[in-house]
Design a protein around this ligand. Structure first.
Ligand code: CA
Length: 334
């Protein structure tokens, strides 16, 4: 017996992923609560299958306040015809659906951060049960995994598609081919500061070709950023032979995050005065932002400096900042 048979998931899909054609349904997870004794969390899912071929698993809303992915994937689910596909697309526009409905990074049900919940638990919290379903049922079906992110309410990024540096160089090469095919204005070789429990890590450890994005942020989307997402997902599918047609490639600038010196964190709270905007060229030691103490006037602001030469690839978004918040991320143009 397989692990999945020995330990079934409480999540049941309402569609058959092996059936040809376009199928819209739900990943249904029983969730008993005050306002619905026998209620469920209903995570929307679409399967579009046409014959044999690879499977792409496409996700947005891993964090509930990031919108380019859900925009691109609700649109994709509505517009792709089965006859244009060779293989299978499994589309989950809002992976942490309770968080997405609340417009928050984590789930309002259990405060679960989906991207710190892998491998999940079939007997865990709602967020852990959804993660477990991806870990043991959806990821194993996939060849290619595209997980959309943006900065959410608290970060803003230069728009990029990204992959991780991996020990398996053949897997890594396939990943960066797809990052290039996505054709965002920037393409990132990304370093994670906290990779434990990430969906990314779960997919990569299974040997999947996993790519992700950061396409602006601030808890909203723009016409430009949503456009990158819509074009990017189709480009990736076309480059993989899963969708008919040729990718619409544009220029991309490759960026690298070589080590932890990319990140600058706040050591005090207060009012954030940016001195460099996204995409700005910075030198090591240059002041990225100034934190003004706000308890009274007459106090000296704290300068937050870049620890390396590069461009400002991400920044704190809200006007106020707390100790420990990420002020900015510097990446190297390569
Ligand atoms: Ca995110």
């Amino acid at each position: 017996m397989t692990t999945a048979e020995l330990c079934p998931s409480p999540v049941s899909p309402t569609i058959d992923f092996d059936a040809d054609g376009v199928h819209h349904g739900f990943l249904r997870l029983p969730y008993s609560r005050d306002d619905s004794a026998w209620g469920s969390v209903m995570v929307p899912v679409t399967s579009i299958k046409n014959g044999e071929g690879p499977t792409a698993l496409l996700t947005g809303g891993n964090h509930g306040d990031e919108y380019e992915g859900p925009i691109a994937l609700f649109d994709l689910a509505n517009t792709v015809r089965a006859e244009d596909v060779s293989g299978r697309l499994i589309i989950v526009p809002a992976m942490n659906y309770p968080a997405f409905l609340a417009g928050t990074r984590t789930s309002p049900i259990d405060k679960g951060n989906m991207n710190r919940s892998f491998p999940g638990r079939p007997d865990g919290t709602v967020t852990q049960k959804i993660a477990d379903y991806f870990q043991r049922f959806l990821l194993p079906m996939a060849d290619i995994v595209l997980d959309f992110h943006s900065g959410g309410r608290t970060l803003d990024f230069m728009p990029f598609c990204a992959g991780h540096i991996l020990p398996d160089k053949a897997q890594e090469a396939k990943i960066f081919d797809l990052v290039a095919a996505f054709s965002a204005p920037y393409s990132m070789k990304m370093l994670e500061i906290d990779a434990v429990g990430m969906y990314d890590t779960a997919a990569e450890e299974m040997g999947k070709v996993f790519i992700t994005t950061e396409l602006r942020g601030g808890g909203t989307a723009t016409a430009e950023s949503a456009g990158y997402a819509k074009r990017g997902v189709r480009n990736v599918l076309k480059a993989s032979g899963l969708l008919k047609g040729q990718p619409e490639l544009g220029p991309t600038q490759w960026l690298d995050m070589p080590d932890g010196d990319c990140f600058s964190f706040a050591e005090d709270g207060g009012l954030l005065e940016p001195l460099v905007d996204l995409g700005g060229v910075v030198r090591k030691g240059e002041v990225l932002a100034r934190i003004h103490p706000v308890g009274r006037t007459g106090l000296t602001p704290l300068d937050v400096k870049a620890k390396m030469d590069g461009v400002l690839a991400a920044r704190h978004f809200p006007g106020l900042i707390k100790p420990g918040d990420c002020v900015g991320v510097v990446a190297i143009a390569v």
